[in-house]
Design a protein. Structure first.
Length: 361
């Protein structure tokens, strides 16, 4: 009898392998968090064992933590892993790091490639959360840190400025529409003009605040000066890109940066056939995409290098907007390169390099 008990005890102990890693995979949407709990045991055995969804707000975050606490081992570290989905993941990331929890934010292209490697046929919020959990269990990642207070302030101001500019565009359209009508109401026109004047004033105030903040810290000021050496990139655009990427903190390469901004090219595929034309994903940071549009137009107009790239792309497929988007992406990637190397942009680099080669010959 004792021998039978010892054998049973041995089987139970062997079956209960020690958990060495725990991950909560979080698929973040605008209003909802779809989550999946996973664990890795000794022997590197992976198990996804619990799934749920919660509202993407503070009340939902608290309910999620209560649910997670009941289903995880307190003695084993738990990683909260999520995809960088534009702006919707930020509130959760700040909430969790504020509690001292380990947060890991992954670039969208990494998750997309990982999902394809799993041969997942249909991608849903549930399968995305499962893939994120598996990714967190199997990969080494850098822990996410909250942005510097300065970059956070700059981001808040640049986003406010962007919203006010949108409001001003709407107001100007209203003014034009009302003014073009038969016998427009003068008092209505006056109020719209007053609204536009107020918005103009607020844009100037916010721009001045951003400029002052950039100058207040040498590291940020130097980075902005470096990035704005590129044709078309203003101080404001450089500040927006730095603030939205937290000084390129999450970005390891140009491909990741394009994906984070939603300027990467995607295509729908089924087997060996392609359904639908390739197009930019637009799943990334909308503020970076908006900030890069006018600089791209300026670069094409004022810099022969970018004009040549633009003309070549238009001659290839005949779609001007597609060529402009390509220039946006290349400008953004160049900003990362300059930031990493610390070298300013030289618009005459190719010409100088060619002349030096001739001299040497």
């Amino acid at each position: 009898m004792r021998g039978d008990f010892s054998l049973l005890y041995f089987i139970i102990i062997i079956g209960m392998k020690k958990v060495i890693k725990q991950v909560l995979g979080i698929d973040v949407a605008q209003k909802e968090l779809v989550i999946c709990l996973g664990k890795m045991s000794e022997g590197l055995q992976v198990e996804l064992y619990a799934r749920n969804s919660f509202a993407n707000n503070e009340a939902g975050f608290k309910l999620m933590l209560q649910w997670v606490k009941k289903l995880t081992e307190a003695a084993v570290p738990l990683s909260y892993v999520m995809e960088a989905t534009g702006v919707y993941h930020e509130q959760l990331a700040y909430f969790l790091t504020g509690l001292g929890l380990d947060v890991f934010i992954v670039m969208p292209n990494k998750i997309n490639h990982y999902i394809r490697s799993l041969n997942v046929k249909t991608v849903t919020d549930k399968t995305a959360a499962e893939a994120i959990a598996r990714f967190g269990l199997g990969r080494a990642m850098d822990k996410w840190q909250q942005p510097s207070p300065l970059l956070k302030k700059i981001k808040q101001l640049t986003r406010e400025r962007s919203q006010i500019i949108e409001e001003r565009s709407v107001a100007k359209s209203q003014l034009h529409a009302q003014g073009a009508g038969y016998e427009p109401n003068k008092s209505s026109l006056r109020r719209v003009k007053q609204r536009i004047a107020l918005l103009d004033k607020q844009v100037l105030e916010i721009t001045a605040e951003i400029t002052a903040l950039v100058k207040s810290e040498e590291k940020v000021a130097s980075a902005v000066k470096l990035l704005s050496s590129i044709t078309g990139i203003s101080t404001l655009t450089a500040a927006i890109v730095l603030a939205e990427t937290n000084g390129f903190d999450l970005i390891k390469n140009r491909k990741q940066l394009a994906s984070y901004a939603g300027l990467d090219v995607t295509e729908k595929q089924s087997g060996t056939s392609v359904k639908g034309k390739p197009r930019i994903s637009k799943k990334g940071n909308i503020f970076i995409r908006k900030a890069m549009y006018m600089p791209a137009l300026s670069a094409i107009r004022c810099d022969e290098r970018w004009k040549t790239i633009y003309d070549r792309l238009v001659s290839r497929h005949g779609i001007k907007m597609k060529a402009i988007v390509a220039v946006q992406r290349k400008l953004l990637e160049l900003m990362l390169t300059l930031y990493k190397t610390g070298k300013e942009y030289d618009k005459y680099y190719l010409e100088n390099d060619a002349s030096q080669s001739k001299t040497a010959a």
